[in-house]
Design a protein around this ligand. Sequence first.
Ligand SMILES: Nc1nc2c(ncn2[C@@H]2O[C@H](COP(=O)(O)OP(=O)(O)O)[C@@H](O)[C@H]2O)c(=O)[nH]1
Ligand SMILES: [Mg+2]
Length: 247
Amino acid sequence: MNNEPIVPWHYSFRIILIGDSSVGKSTLLKVFTKSNFTDEGEPTVGVDYFATIVDLTNGLRVRLQAWDTAGQEKFRSITKSYYRNSVGALLLFDVTRRSSFDHLIDWLFDVRRHIEPSKAVYQIVGCKIDLENEREISTEEGQAFADFHSIKYIETSAKTRQNVDQAFKMISEQIYAKLRRGEFTLNPEWDGIKAGSLHLSSIVNRSTNGSFSSISDSNGYRILNNDNRRLRGAANRSSRSNRSKCC
Ligand SMILES: Nc1nc2c(ncn2[C@@H]2O[C@H](COP(=O)(O)OP(=O)(O)O)[C@@H](O)[C@H]2O)c(=O)[nH]1
Ligand SMILES: [Mg+2]
């Protein structure tokens, strides 16, 4: 059963995490959704996605649904259906493993090939920066690669939580910026972006610069589960049953 509490949100964005095996995709997601870091690094079996709420700087509340590769990346056997319906992709590499950086170009090619002609936001994430002494890729090199492809770059450590929330907020902000500029449109047949109850029922007053100055809604921003529990994706069995409902 889907254990997601009912939380009002303006939009739902569906993103995917890609990159070589063991770069830290599952750990980043787990830490982001507030589980603790563990060195054991369980292989990705049984979890398809995590969903959590991200508050954007303009007051909008986004339900970010982030899909993990469930081990498929080991064999580069990621199916088209994994890419389809995504509005964003985080491309991860391990700053201590050059091969994972070298493969970014292949991942970028793959994701673009599958997603286009639909548009998507891509963002590169250099992982494990707590292992500074083992670095093989400098910040400058990572940034230069991203700049060359006109993609944003951020470095994270799931171990120290450095930049973890920022990485997910950064891609969410970029997606919303494109939505506002009309580069994405809501389409009931596409799950990349969905409008939520706040979007549908809010009376939104926009300030002159287009950001949201106030949002009034009968529910307000009240989070219905009182303990403010983060949303967490269902385990394999349940998310499979959710897939038909939500994705
Ligand atoms: N030191 C350190 N280790 C990490 C970090 N993120 C992940 N790991 C470790 O890297 C290994 C692979 O992580 P995992 O999330 O399973 O990678 P995935 O295959 O890309 O999903 C595990 O042993 C993790 O504990 C990090 O930020 N710092
Ligand atoms: Mg994994």
